[in-house]
Design a protein around this ligand. Structure first.
Ligand code: SF4
Length: 370
């Protein structure tokens, strides 16, 4: 289950998420989230939930009473007996020890902190509300509050960022003992202020080669620091992989609640509208798509090859055969053959996976299934 809290203290210059600074909307949005959690739990007849993720936006802007009300609603409306992970996303600039300890006491056991970089000048460029010192402090405070599972986001491709500083930031973050790191490429939405600066020539993005060099260096450095990769963008100490995200890549059903949240149950996928005031008042629409058999099948390799453990190709062929889609898999195999000859795809018995180089060039490979 995913819950979306669409509030941020300030808007980052690169952000394209559904979020607002208008905190006057927060009480009504939280009340609606609580009501929706109850209503979904009732209509799905109290189903089991094994991973929970509160993202945003900035969930750490919830006060502890609001977080308690939301947590309680989930606990009452769903069966959390198999719960394996409950993750909170947090902005390092919004947390302190009492809040983190309170959240931990409510049962949240994993925290994902948006560090992005430890360079203050770059953080300002990104419009982040914290500096590097505060980000490191937040990782430490989370540990002191009892979060044994902590993840830090690191961003690559920021104008002005260089390889040696990325590696230094990585080492400093890992030195806090965190168990998981997500590496993101800066992706500029067409309407964001940072894009306007880049388009006007005031800032320039690193070249594709420079970015690839950074990703390659991280592929070597993070395992050396004890965090091997388990997915294209994610590295973790063994056993500390994100269970919630792994369920998306395994194509397991998920329920998302909140403005812009997406859900998939069976072959139905839907996304709630991103208009926050309308969502809070219960008058926002929902876009529903029904996946056909070919789309559903193509998502197995599209998502599964993101993970280092790869895809059981024999099982995929069996699934294709039962839905009369073997010619589609044959066509994929023909398209993938050059990647395999080039060492970007590996085969180990029935398991197909991407090599390290294949992970770097995954966009080109995975477009086979789109
Ligand atoms: S904190 Fe996250 S969601 Fe909020 S504006 Fe920044 S990038 Fe967007």
């Amino acid at each position: 289950m995913y819950l979306h809290l669409p509030f941020c203290r300030d808007r980052c210059t690169y952000c394209s998420f559904v979020t607002t600074r208008d905190e006057s909307l927060q009480p009504a949005t939280v009340a609606r989230l609580v009501a929706q959690v109850r209503s979904w739990g009732h209509s799905l007849e109290h189903p089991k939930v094994d991973t929970l993720y509160l993202g945003g936006g900035t969930p750490s802007l919830l006060n502890l009473d609001e977080l308690a009300a939301l947590t309680e609603a989930v606990r009452e409306a769903f069966d959390l007996s198999p719960l394996a992970e409950a993750t909170l996303e947090a902005n390092p600039g919004t947390v302190d020890l009492p809040w983190l300890s309170g959240a931990r006491a409510l049962g949240w056991d994993r925290i994902s902190l948006g560090v992005q970089t430890l360079e203050d000048e770059l953080l300002k460029r990104l419009g982040r509300i914290h500096d590097g010192r505060v980000a490191l402090e937040a990782l430490e405070l989370a540990r002191r509050a009892g979060f044994e599972r902590r993840s830090g986001d690191l961003m690559v491709g920021i104008p002005g960022q260089d390889l040696s500083r990325v590696l230094e930031d990585t080492r400093r973050m890992v030195a806090t003992g965190l168990e998981h790191m997500s590496i993101y490429l800066l992706d500029l939405d067409k309407n964001c202020p940072l894009k306007a600066d880049v388009d006007a020539g005031r800032l320039s993005l690193p070249s594709e080669d420079e970015v690839a060099t950074v990703f390659e260096a991280l592929q070597i450095e993070l395992p050396r620091l004890g965090l091997p990769p388990y997915e294209i963008s994610n590295y973790a100490k063994p056993g500390a992989e994100s269970r919630h995200n792994s369920r998306y890549w395994e194509r397991r059903p998920y329920l998302g609640i909140g403005p812009s949240a997406a859900s998939q149950l069976g072959d139905l996928r839907w996304t709630e509208a991103g208009n926050i005031p309308a969502w809070a008042e219960g008058r926002a629409g929902v876009e529903i798509v029904e996946l056909d058999a070919a789309e559903a099948l193509s998502e197995i390799p599209l998502l599964g090859l993101r993970m280092h453990r790869g895809v059981d190709w024999r099982a995929l062929r069996a699934a294709a055969e039962s839905s009369h889609l073997l010619p589609l898999v044959d066509a994929w195999e023909a398209q993938l053959a050059p990647f395999e000859r080039g060492g970007l795809i590996l085969r180990d018995g029935p398991i197909m996976s991407l090599s390290e180089r294949g992970m770097l060039l995954s966009n080109g490979i995975l477009s086979t299934f789109v």
